[in-house]
Ligand binder design. Structure first.
Ligand code: ADP
Length: 421
């Protein structure tokens, strides 16, 4: 505005400068300087340092005389200083410049206060961050220590011990997962204990019978026929022991080792089982029939498939009535091979259906024992089916009969069939 007031003047002299400045009145700045094009001061508002007639080489003035508008602002020691210089143009040439300078302590104080507040805020923020980081680290390590302490207790054998952890952080998730793990450990320990106690109980029974029978032979005078009967009983009890030991071994082996795969034709395998069990079915008065359709190859571990079919068919004969029947059907489909063992036997009560695959579970203990059972057959079957990637299901009606269905994934055509079967 000042510079444009000057550009109306004919020539830029000390008089015109004084006149124009006096017309403009108080411009509320600390110092106003008007120079000619050689940087010689024509007007200086600071009367006490009046530099009129002197040359001035402030950076801003030099730049303004080269035709530029200049503005610079600095803040130092609580004072805001602003410098501006603009050229005064007459007929498109620089005739001089107007320079203004302002020391603003009020704004300086505002800036100083702002500076102080920012510093204070930063210190508070930093302190807060440090405190929070400290609290976070402390609570984190406390929680971690708690988890470790509890883990140690579980390691010492307290499987029923649970980690109580509140909150929604990673430690809570860790504690939840750990509690699930201990649940599993507890379960498997319970299953193991149960298995050992059931196994020893089951083994003790035939051993006690053998002891009783041998004591009777030793302590009582008996004729040769009676003695033969007793010895035959001892023989059948030791057969039972052998069978049970064999089954326990099978169960253990199915958990620990993974024998080699072989390709098995389930159809041929059923004929083999048929030949093995037809004598038992004849003795029991049960009609045993089988039917094979389609291509029935599957991949099986060693003789797992044989064991599965044998146990199912043997049970179907064992838990049957004289005059009853057992039908074994094998059907090769597009994606699977289906084995069905259907009998018209005693059937399984509804509430027992969920338990028959458990180790040592028997619906009718007396009948099972009488039939030479151990309560292990179906649990072996289920483990073998699962490790051969199959599924097993059962349908049964008490007094009418049962049907066990096993489905194995089908092995593609063109594979070589194991002739051993
Ligand atoms: P077990 O050695 O006693 O036969 P399993 O594990 O083979 O043991 O069978 C468990 C129980 O399931 C048997 O005791 C029997 O009560 C019942 N069971 C199994 N198969 C049949 C079946 N085909 N018909 C009726 N009950 C069966």
């Amino acid at each position: 505005m000042v510079s444009s007031s000057f550009s109306g003047a004919e020539s830029l002299t000390a008089e015109t400068a004084n006149q124009i400045i006096s017309v403009l009145g108080d411009m509320n700045v600390t110092r106003t300087i008007v120079t000619d094009q050689h940087a010689k001061i024509l007007y200086d508002s600071l009367q006490n340092q009046n530099a009129q007639g002197k040359y001035v080489l402030f950076d801003e003035i030099v730049q303004a005389l080269s035709g530029k508008d200049v503005f610079r602002c600095t803040y130092e020691n609580g004072i805001l200083q602003s410098f501006s210089a603009v050229p005064v143009m007459t007929r498109d040439t620089v005739a001089g410049c107007v320079y203004m300078m302002e020391y603003d302590s009020e704004q300086g104080i505002i800036i100083q206060n702002l500076e102080r507040n920012i510093l204070r805020g930063s210190v508070i923020l930093l302190a807060a961050i440090l405190i929070f980081a400290g609290i976070f680290t402390w609570t984190g390590s406390q929680r971690m220590r708690k988890v470790l302490r509890n883990m140690r207790m579980v390691r010492e054998g307290e499987y029923d011990h649970k980690i109580e952890m509140r909150g929604y952080d990673e430690y809570t998730k860790l504690a939840t997962e750990f509690n699930k793990l201990t649940d599993r450990l507890q379960q498997s320990e319970q299953v193991q204990r149960q298995f050992i106690s059931d196994a020893s109980h089951e083994l003790k029974t035939p051993l006690a019978s053998i002891k009783l029978l041998s004591d009777s032979i030793l302590q009582n005078a008996m004729d040769a026929d009676t003695m033969r009967e007793f010895v035959a009983d001892i023989g059948s009890e030791s057969d039972r022991l052998t069978r049970m030991a064999q089954k326990l071994l099978t169960l253990n082996r199915s958990e620990d080792t993974m024998p080699e795969h072989i390709i098995v034709d389930l159809g041929k395998l059923v004929s083999r089982v048929y030949r093995m069990l037809v004598a038992l079915s004849d003795r029991s008065g049960v009609e045993l029939t089988a039917n094979v359709s389609g291509e029935c190859t599957m991949l099986s571990f060693e003789d797992d498939a044989y064991q599965i079919v044998f146990n199912l068919v043997e049970n179907a004969i064992k838990y049957n009535h004289p005059g009853g029947s057992v039908h074994v059907a094998v059907q090769g489909g597009d994606d699977d091979v289906r084995l069905e063992v259907r009998d018209t036997g005693v059937g399984i009560p509804k509430d027992a259906l969920d338990h028959i695959f458990e180790r040592f579970y028997r619906v009718d203990k007396a009948r099972s024992r009488q039939a030479g059972g151990s309560g292990l057959g179906l649990s072996i079957v289920r483990e073998l089916v699962e490790r051969n990637f199959g599924t097993i299901s059962v349908e049964s009606k008490e007094g009418e009969g049962s049907c066990f269905t096993v489905v194995f994934p089908f092995l593609g055509v063109g594979e070589e069939i194991d002739d051993a079967d």
